[in-house]
Every structure is written in C-alpha cells, then in structure tokens.
Write a protein that binds this ligand. Structure first.
Ligand code: PMP
Length: 407
C-alpha cells in the first residue's frame, strides 16, 4: 500500500495490515435500506424487544439508582458485577452447564467476547475452523486478526464430524496451526441448524485429541420452539471449551451485556484483555439486568419470546411451502433464522436490488462464508416482522425469484 493509493483517504497507507480484513459487512450495508417501513426486512437478526414489558425495566432502573446509584455510576470490576455473575450461573444451568462464578467474565455483548478470545489466541496466519456457513460478524473479527478461516461442512444435524477430521488432517499436513473451532451448535446463525447430541460428543473428542480449543457461541439456545435442544457442549467438557452467552436475545441487545465462561487460565487472560479494552463492562447495565433477574419472572419472559418467535417461524415455513414449494430450506427448531437454497443458477447477491425494489430484504448467502461460497443461498430472519408481514415478505420474494428464473 502506498500513501498515494487512495485519493479519498489521506491515511490510506498508514493503516495496520490487520485492517485489510475490516470491510463493512453485507449485513451492515443492508440495514440502511431495509429499515424503510415499506420494506419487509427478513435481513437483520433484531430481537423483538417490544415483547418485554418496559415497566419491568423501568422498575429495575429506578431501584438500581435509588438503592445503589453511586456503584452503578462508577467503574467496576474488569470481570463483571459478582451478583450478575451468580445469576448467569442460573441461566447457564438451564442448558446443563455447571460452573464456578469465578470462571465467568462479563463482556460488552458476546461480540466483544469473540474479539477478546480471538485476540488471545490468533497470530496472523493461524487457522480458525468454522461451520460453513458461519456468523458473519465473527468472521469479520477473525479476519481482523489475520486468521485464516476454514469452513467445515454442515448438514441438517450440524457440523459433520468426518469432514472436521479430514479438514484438520489436511491442514496439519500443510503445516498450519489450528487455534480453535468456532461453532454455534444450537439454532445456528445463519443456518438455523442444531448439532445433534451424538455429534457434540464426537466433535468434542476430535477437538480434544487434536488439541484444538472449542469456542461455543450460544446466543439462541433458550429460544426453542419444539422442546429443549441438546445440552451445551460446555456441559460435558470444561477444559477444552470457551462458552459464550449473552442477554441480547433473551432480554435485550441494547444493554450490551454478554459473557464468556472459560477454563481458569484462559479466564485470567480474558479479564486482563477485558480491562485493556474497556476497563470494566458497564456497571449500570449489569446492575439493571441483575436486578431484573432477581425481581422479574425472567424464565416466563423467555417463554413469551419462545411463543412470539415460534409463531413467526411457523408463518415463515408455511409461507415458503405456499409460495416457493420447489425450493429447499432448513426447518429451525428455535432461534431466528431459516437458510434458503435457490436454484443453482441464481445469485442471491445480484438479485438483492431487485428484491429491495419489490420491498423485501434478506441477507445474501456469500456474507456467511469466508471463501465466496453461498451464492445461491440466503438467510431469512423471522425474528422481527409480525407474522402477516413475514408472509407478505415471502410472497414478494417469490415474485423476485420467479422473475429471475424467467430471465
Ligand atoms: N454470536 C452470534 C451467533 C450472533 O448471532 C450474535 C448477534 N447477532 C452475536 C454473537 C453477538 O451478540 P451480542 O454481542 O449482542 O451478544
């Protein structure tokens, strides 16, 4: 890069090499267009926060300020508020995880935990294994630390263990250093797929025998529609798993409170990295959540979210059957997303402007791969629009797809 390289940016030649991976995600660019009210947006994974009674949150805010205002307004511990970490143990217990409160590190959303873990482990050129497709903004983080992201095939039961074995062997034979396996085993983003229990055990065994850390990202596990999913991978393996959780989907993302649960040695480094990045996560929002969890029926509230999202999932699956019966798509048992496969010759990214003209938006499949695959795939998020809008959105989408097929 030279300083003359880009006339629009005076600092073009000055940026660190790692910024080469910091391109605006396709999802981000979409938000601007898709937020117009006449567009049915099936693009962003925005939780339906209107389902939370706001007076409960107001009550928590008032109590926190009345009873512990100075502490809420002060810097706090780099590990997070102890009372909140106790509550986090209760939340994780719902997915079979038994842990010590000392091993929980509160972060500014789980996105920040992703950044911290990557910072701890990745040197330029190190390999991160991830499902194909995988969460777009995790891959932005991995690339910003100059990791090489290698996708491993998944099917309706999640990551394929044999494909993982082969990929690890091939990468090792190539002299690569594989640092961790990043996985969203339950109601994955974007595929809406859940890793079976048998495969969880098998994949943990593969990781253990190859000395590869598992980074288990689980924002959606409690949002199940048809019965509880298999328990978290961290419930069977302590030493080899860093587990990430968040209040973004079971409460609200605006608080920006998530957490990492890590083996002791990693946890110590995570706290130092957290302090280096933010000094301490927000005392104010942690204390509000902690109060909410001790005062409100939070399990009941998660049940309400399940009902809301189940109805929307059903609306989307029925609409797909009615309007696009010849295509195939995943059938999520929880979470926010359906993954749709178009005919081979269609390209969801180049089709998007036409879709937006027809007032429907989605996220193109290529956003979820580091290697340009996924051209004929798309992610459809059913979390935010009302069920009848979802149906209308799929109807519009079918017009766009059928129009493309006639070209
Ligand atoms: N991981 C996954 C798989 C996600 O879908 C998201 C949010 N879209 C995050 C992490 C980040 O969530 P937050 O920072 O709000 O906790």
């Amino acid at each position: 890069m030279t300083s003359q390289g880009n006339n629009l940016d005076r600092w073009y030649g000055h940026y660190a090499d790692r910024t080469a991976g910091l391109s605006a995600s396709e999802v981000r660019a979409l938000f601007a267009v898709a937020s117009r009210p006449e567009v049915v947006s099936l693009a962003g994974g925005m939780p339906y926060v209107s389902a939370i009674p706001s007076d409960l949150i107001t009550g928590s805010m008032e109590r926190v300020m009345r009873d512990s205002g100075p502490a809420a307004l002060q810097y706090g511990s780099g590990q997070g508020v102890p009372a909140l970490r106790e509550h986090i143990l209760d939340v994780m217990a719902m997915e079979g995880i038994r842990a010590n409160v000392d091993d929980v590190v509160v972060t500014t959303g789980s996105q920040h935990a992703l950044e911290l873990v990557t910072k701890l482990f990745i040197n330029p050129g190190d390999v991160v294994l991830a499902e194909g497709p995988s969460y777009v903004t995790a891959m932005v983080v991995f690339r910003s630390f100059q990791a090489q992201v290698e996708h491993v095939e998944m099917d309706d039961l999640g990551l394929v263990p044999e494909a993982l074995r082969q990929r690890i062997a091939a990468l090792k034979a190539d002299g690569k250093r594989i640092k961790f396996l990043y996985t969203i085993p339950t109601f994955s983003n974007p595929a809406g797929v859940t890793l079976s229990w048998e495969r969880r055990l098998e994949i943990l065994e593969i990781a253990r025998s190859n000395d590869i850390l598992v980074l288990e990202d689980n924002p959606y596990g409690l949002l199940y529609f048809d019965g509880p999913p298999p328990q978290a991978m961290r419930s069977v393996e302590e030493d080899g798993v860093v587990y990430l959780g968040t209040f973004s989907k079971t409460l609200a993302p605006g608080f920006r409170v998530g957490w990492a649960l890590a083996p002791h040695a990693i946890r110590e480094k995570l706290i130092l990295a957290n302090e280096a990045a933010v000094l301490s996560p927000s005392s104010f929002t942690q204390m509000i959540i902690s109060d909410y969890l001790s005062q409100a029926d939070w399990r009941g509230q998660i049940g309400t979210f399940r009902d809301v999202y189940r109805e929307r999932r059903d609306a989307m699956l029925h609409a797909l059957e009615d309007y696009l019966p010849d295509l195939s798509w995943t059938k999520p048992a929880g979470g926010f997303y359906v993954w749709l496969t178009l005919p081979e010759n269609l390209d969801s990214k180049s089709m998007l402007p036409r879709a937006v003209r027809e007032l429907v938006a989605y996220t193109p499949g290529t956003a979820f791969y580091a290697d340009g695959s996924g051209r004929n795939k798309m992610r459809l998020a059913f979390c935010y629009p009302q069920p009848d809008f979802i149906r209308e959105g799929i109807r519009r989408l079918s017009t766009v797809i059928n129009g493309e097929l006639e070209l």
